[in-house]
Write a protein that binds this ligand. Structure first.
Ligand code: HEM
Length: 208
């Protein structure tokens, strides 16, 4: 009789057999797990911020209100900001670990590519989050990003789609908001699930 869906899911989360040494700290330094933990904190705090944040002209004022008027608002905002920075660092270190233990080789090439896309998404999420602050510095960061993107072939169209009508004094637009909250975060969440499933499929974590 075939396995029930529930039991094969448990088998995936806690497999009966793993490679010798895969549970040792130095096999992973828990960096992939730490990246995922940061993503979970980002998702929870991000959903709370969604209730009060207003993209566009009111962005800066709405964030100031979250800081001062909302109970624990400053804490939630800081947690969102700092887990974003931690995630960029830990995803990068996780990639170094994968190179160090040569875990990118067959059969894991495909997961390496998934990882490269996840690294790109993490950096763009961090950047777009910075633009959503809506202050003068986010306007400047938006101008730099737009200039870089427009220098690429076909970049003008992409800049219009990604940045919308952002002004040099305010990087926060509805377009950036939709990309940050729904499209990029959604794809990153889905790809992480795929990344985890693929680790088992490729034979588990590969210790040195
Ligand atoms: C959102 C970002 C990411 C998350 C949450 C994540 C998570 C994980 C986790 C939990 C593991 C299990 C082992 C460990 O914890 O080290 C893993 C393995 C792996 N990751 Fe990632 N990862 C991410 C990004 C990346 C990047 C940027 C790369 C490389 C470009 C990558 C390539 C791999 C490979 C090849 C494995 C298999 C390792 C092995 O066989 O030992 N991942 N990832």
């Amino acid at each position: 009789m075939g396995k029930q869906a529930g039991s094969s899911f448990l088998e995936h989360i806690r497999p009966r057999r793993i490679k010798l040494g895969a549970l040792q700290l130095r096999a992973t330094f828990c960096l992939g797990g730490f990246s995922f933990l940061a993503f979970i904190v980002l998702t929870i705090t991000g959903v709370i911020l969604l209730f009060y944040y207003q993209p566009g002209d009111k962005a800066f004022a709405s964030l100031s209100e979250i800081d001062s008027a909302l109970p624990y608002g400053g804490l939630i905002r800081s947690l969102h900001f700092w887990s974003g920075q931690m995630m960029v660092i830990s995803v990068f270190l996780h990639m170094i670990r994968v190179v160090w233990s040569k875990a990118y080789r067959s059969l894991s090439e495909f997961n390496w590519i998934t990882g490269v896309i996840l690294l790109g998404l993490t950096v763009i999420l961090d950047y777009s989050g910075y633009l959503l602050r809506g202050g003068q510095e986010s306007g400047a960061a938006s101008s730099v990003g737009q200039t870089l993107l427009k220098a690429l072939p076909g970049g003008k169209g992409w800049a219009a789609i990604f940045f919308g009508q952002s002004s040099p004094v305010n990087g926060s637009t509805l377009d950036i908001f939709v990309w940050h909250v729904f499209i990029l975060a959604g794809i990153a969440g889905f790809l992480q699930m795929y990344h985890f499933w693929r680790i088992r499929k490729d034979g588990g974590v590969r210790p040195l």
